[in-house]
Design a protein around this ligand. Sequence first.
Ligand SMILES: C[S@@+](CC[C@H](N)C(=O)[O-])C[C@H]1O[C@@H](n2cnc3c(N)ncnc32)[C@H](O)[C@@H]1O
Length: 253
Amino acid sequence: MRKLGEQWIEKAEDGKRYNMNVVHLIDCMEFMKGIPDKYYELAIVDPPYFEQYGKQNYTGSDISTTGIKRQTKAIKFWGIPDDKYFKELYRISKNQIIWGCNYYAKYIPDVGRIVWDKKNDASTFSKAEIASKSFSLRVDMFRYKWNGMLQENMKNKESRIHPTQKPVALYKWLLKNYAKPNDKIFDSHVGSGSIRIACHDMGFDFEGCEIDKDYWEAQEARYKQHISQGDLFSKEEMQKAIYQDTQLSLLDT
Ligand SMILES: C[S@@+](CC[C@H](N)C(=O)[O-])C[C@H]1O[C@@H](n2cnc3c(N)ncnc32)[C@H](O)[C@@H]1O
């Protein structure tokens, strides 16, 4: 049996079931080696797309009130996934959603697509992002404003702790539309941990990897701060509500 992460608790001493939710500070290639075939029901991944990363500087928003470490550093470049990465990803997961599929077309056989329209028509930021999906050939669309300081939900703005952070709302929408209750979710490139927060709130077991110690620490702090607000709903209540399309305030983030 492989070594389990600290937060990998299937059944705690108090008899309640907690969902597994852990991010390993590790190169995903190293991590995936130890995972059995088709272990995760769904991989939702967002690997780096291009080398330009290494040339930029990023200053995160000032989130000192949250206690989360402010990011002021050159963005490190850890390399771009190759065929070995995609082979491993398809080996360990039953279904895949892969952001940046336009950059990785030669490795991705799936032709279903998800388009995230960032509602950035008037800006120089990118207008949309594309993911492949292994479920169907259909093209689906998610519209959610995400443009520097401007976010769809300005009342409940998300702290930006990572230069390529995606909104929690995007991950919640993906889980709601493509994951089934009790699916185990995997992300090889966690970044800010938005997917981790979405999985926590929606009661999905989640496991991920992040290679960069600074980003790993920042997402740990963000996640801890998020869960310290307390669970308003049990895993079962949350999943029931999600699949019955009931409105829960947590889904608005
Ligand atoms: C495009 S970002 C992910 C952004 C994320 N989706 C979010 O919402 O914040 C890619 C992340 O993968 C990390 N990374 C790069 N190579 C990696 C590797 N081999 N294993 C694990 N993480 C890696 C980078 O440090 C970076 O944080």
